[in-house]
Design a binder for this molecule. Sequence first.
Ligand SMILES: Nc1ncnc2c1ncn2[C@@H]1O[C@H](COP(=O)(O)OP(=O)(O)OP(=O)(O)O)[C@@H](O)[C@H]1O
Length: 720
Amino acid sequence: MTTIAPETLQEMKESKIEATEKKPETLTPADSDSEELPSTIESMQLGVWRLLLLREPSFVFPGASALSRWKEIYAALPLLRRFCKDVSNLGPTLVLVFLATQVWSGLEYAITLALSERILQLIEAGVTEKNLDSEALLLAVCYQIFFSVVAATMHWFTQIIQPKLKTRFVYYYEKELMRARLRLDLTTLQENTSQSRATPEGAWTTFTGLIEFGETITSLVSQLGFVMQLSRANSGGPIFILLCLAKPFFLTFLWKSLWGKTYVVYANNAAYCRKRALKDLAMSDEYRGEIITGNAGDYFLKEYEKATNQLGDISDEYPESQYEIKPTPLRNIGYYLTGILPMMYYAVNSIWNVSTMSVTSIAILQQTSQILRYTLSRLVDTDNSLYRQLNSIKTLYDAIDIENKTEDGSLSYFDLEKVNYKGMKVEFRDVTFTYPNSKATAPALSNVSFTINSGDLVVVVGSNGSGKSSMVKLLTRLYDVSSGDILVDGRNIKEYRMATLREVTAILTQDHHLFPLSVSENIGLGDPACMGDNEKILEAAKLGGAYDFVQKFKLGFHTNMHPVKTAYGSSTVYEADKEDPMKVEFEKLEKWTELSGGQYQRLVAARTFMRLNGGGIKLVAVDEPSSALDPEGEFELFQRLRAARIGKTMIFVTHRFGHLTKHADLILCMKDGVLAEAGTHDELINKEGEYHKLYNVQANAFTTTTTTPIPTPEVPLINL
Ligand SMILES: Nc1ncnc2c1ncn2[C@@H]1O[C@H](COP(=O)(O)OP(=O)(O)OP(=O)(O)O)[C@@H](O)[C@H]1O
């Protein structure tokens, strides 16, 4: 039994009193609201939401946004050229046909209108002048039929070609992004955001966005051409065009919406946030256990009611729709009136100019005005997004061309003048290391110096966060030192080509993961060259302690524990009872094989044994890989690792070092990023310092037999 020292009790008492006296620190939404915003951002309250909106000039001509950014657009042109070249390489014919369909799509409206106008004119002339030109009408109808067949065929082509092109496009960029990602070091990955923003689907959206821009321009030019030609024959062409523009202009400049704007929205209403938290916790399965055992259901319901009452009529409607609501109907009236302007113009015009007006022309112009309005609105939208498209091309190629921050060396480990048969020699010389982007005030390692001789077995001990794992990360060049040097076999670690260094290093850490692949691949990847060697895989599985439980899986070593989830069903399947046959089938699909934490670690260990058995390993670094293993499993794992020791330097980072330290040639004892002590077990025990303390804590856990009763705490229990 353990006893609590009186000093500890006093500390507990003081900390409890302090805790009751301290005012609870809360971050209310008001705290963040009251922070001053930069002048480029405006804020407004929409129901329960606070909207932060990037200010934009209040009046911009269509196309002006592109012009104002011409510099950036000009700078992006080489990338645009590269993008076009890459896309055309996916299949020049396919791309050309796709482009042709899009140009056609841009011309389609104008041609439809022209053909309809021709037929209606001929009919109108026939009716009013009683002299129908039937030959011309027949020809016009034939044109119309021919055009319809071509249009239908073009649409069919688009349906066939687009998915093909998209598949090639997405696979190409997916592969390029994967290639870039797979060669990326951790420092670059953590510092770079374009990597996560660039996606092949996003690239496709960019491509279709650019095509749409071209298509809209084609549409606009052809429709304007048609209207000009039509209205020249009638009166008031330019005025008519201006009136057609009224509605899109109104929509763009007076109909404020959040579409295409840069904004952030968050709920700053405390009652609403509480209501949502209470709803989420009641509806989620995650908290069921605590709610049932804590008998907390009624409390949550009452609190929910309280929050709802407090909220009253304050709207939680999407801020995007709240933003569009105005206090008066004036804007809606303006919207409707600008829509009928072209028609009103012709109505008024016909009073003075009856003879020059053709009913057909009016009808066609009316139809054209609507199409033109639609095209203009699209142009305004695509113009705004054009800059974004160019930007996303930049993001895409930034991600593909990304350079690693960690510079590779040129020396092959295998070209060393003297190959070290006993194992790798490692020296840390005054190493200080801070993680890139770290918010910590102190470095993870400070002025650490030590030497590990070839073939040594080293145990690294120390409390949580003392820098043990960081040392291993530096050794594998996942990161580079901030200052100081690491020497490997007498040469600076940075001189070596990383790939060759990693070839002779085997790492087993607490961070290792299983891949969504078969068990045999997961083990075989320890030595990819021997992936097909089943005997080696089985041997590694046995050494890692995974063989027995894998054998019990239905598919044994072929089991994919985490298959990619692709299955989904109609809503009726999700809503169905558990016994529903379709639901039963659905649940069976792509089911993950659950592993215990220890089984997981055994599989990861098997991968390391696969690597060790591959030969040529000079350094083994084992970082706390056994936290979930039972004591026997852990003991066996370390035994087997030690058995593979010949010709290798071995570094063990562990909290449970009792059975290891007696085999250690060197123990490094870390404390707060500093090497507190270094030496053998006996030396450090005799020193009676940090290691002695840590060792005793472990030893006492098993040997303390005192039956001294725990004294009653002096701290009074606080009634809450
Ligand atoms: N990826 C990271 N980014 C920023 N800081 C980190 C990162 N990993 C670790 N640290 C910080 O570096 C310090 C040393 O961490 P490290 O993981 O090396 O300690 P450790 O001794 O291995 O701890 P443990 O025994 O808990 O595994 C800690 O303060 C930790 O918060």
